[in-house]
Ligand binder design. Structure first.
Ligand code: PLP
Length: 384
């Protein structure tokens, strides 16, 4: 058992640590053992084995993650997609229907289209900022509601308070992908979400050197998802558990720096005469700025923008960048720049791109923790 802490900065450092420390070690060691001595355990799930996600490294992470979002329980998985697929396959059964946000991460959309459809589990997509339209999309077999805290790549913020009220009223299991916000900027279980998901590959680990996922929420649901993960096999390796546990210790410092850097960079871009439009919820011009201000503790480190010169100007800008990496993914300490239509949203048809408002010239930035003046100066030279 570990102690309870009140403040997130302290939880990040101490929650989950074994007490007393193992052999006095300040950092929990890596338990790189697939199996453990049998001590007469009565339940299969109590026998220690890496795939059962119950080694000391898993247990420490589960406690830290649950504590960060003020939730009952947590589970880590081999990737964000392992978390997402295990959750869907646990809460939904063949023939079920669910509602999902109309602008989802591409991998999630792919899972829905290619795997859930084969199981006769079908969604209807909702406009997250138009609560009046949701009721008409309900069916007798609707079981769950799936959203994201901040959408990719247009950085929209759905009306999460209304979403929770609607889910409760209609007995739907509420699930949210909280990857873009991180527990520093938003903690879904505090608002009443049943399940909060993360790709730990991004902000939680923060160093672009592992792939991992997390499911955080109600203990009974986490128990069912853990049982299913045991069958599906997407468990996290203890070595990766160690890296994630270590990476998370700087989460508050990193994310708050990224919040502040992103606002400065978004303001610079918005004031530049070659920039047509900037999407960042921290800007007053953003359509969901007031909502984001009310719901979130910070606006995050992700920005997207369009240049006046279209695709050619976007390509010129990307070719001229010197400091930031041109790379997909996000949430690391280094600034990454990408064009979503070439990476994360490559699979969208021309009609889907138009419908979701993602243009071929859109540029997305995952802001790092470098000095923001250096990133601005790099972007400025690339723009000119
Ligand atoms: N959720 C979001 C919002 C993501 O951006 C990603 C990956 O980019 C995932 C989930 C999937 O995570 P992973 O790549 O760790 O499987």
């Amino acid at each position: 058992m570990t102690e309870k802490f009140n403040n997130i900065e302290t939880k990040i450092i101490h929650a989950g640590d074994p007490k007393p420390p193992i052999k006095g070690a300040v950092c929990i060691p890596i338990f790189q053992s697939s199996t453990y001595e049998y001590k007469g355990e009565k339940l299969d799930s109590d026998v220690k084995y890496i795939r059962l996600s119950n080694t000391p490294n898993h247990q420490a992470l589960h406690q830290k993650l649950a504590s960060l979002e003020n939730a009952e329980s947590a589970l880590v998985t081999a990737s964000g997609m392992a978390a997402i697929s295990s959750v869907f396959l646990t809460v939904l059964s063949p023939g079920d229907h669910f509602l999902a946000l109309d602008c989802l991460y591409g991998g999630t959309k792919g899972f829905i289209n290619h795997i859930l459809s084969k199981l006769h589990i079908h969604p209807d997509f909702i406009d997250g900022n138009n609560p009046d339209s949701w009721e008409s999309q309900l069916k007798t077999e609707t079981r769950a509601l799936y959203v994201e805290t901040i959408t990719n790549p247009l950085l929209q913020v759905p009306d999460l308070n209304s979403i929770i009220q609607f889910a409760r009223k209609n007995n739907l299991i509420s699930i949210i992908d909280n990857t873009f916000a991180s527990p520093i900027n938003f903690r879904p279980p505090e608002m009443g979400f049943d399940i909060s998901l993360h790709s730990c590959t991004k902000y939680l680990n923060g160093h672009s050197d592992i792939v991992g996922g997390a499911v955080i929420g109600k203990a009974d649901l986490i128990k069912q998802i853990t049982n299913n993960l045991t069958h599906l096999g997407g468990s996290m390796d203890p070595n990766v558990c160690f890296l994630l546990y270590r990476g998370m210790k700087t989460l508050a410092l990193r994310v708050r720096t990224q919040n502040s850097n992103a606002l400065k960079i978004a303001e610079f871009l918005e004031s530049h005469d070659k920039v047509k439009k900037v999407n960042y919820p921290g800007l007053k011009s953003h359509p969901h700025h007031d909502l984001a201000k009310e719901i979130l503790d910070g606006y995050g480190g992700m920005i997207s923008f369009e240049l006046k010169g279209g695709i050619e100007a976007a390509e010129r800008f990307m070719n001229q960048i010197k400091l930031a990496f041109i790379a997909p993914s996000l949430g690391g300490v280094e600034t990454l720049v990408t064009r979503p239509v070439l990476t994360s949203h490559r699979g969208l048809s021309p009609e889907e791109k138009i419908k979701s408002g993602i243009s071929d010239s859109l540029i997305r930035v995952s802001v790092g923790i470098e000095n923001p003046e250096d990133i601005i100066s790099d972007f400025n030279q690339a723009l000119s």
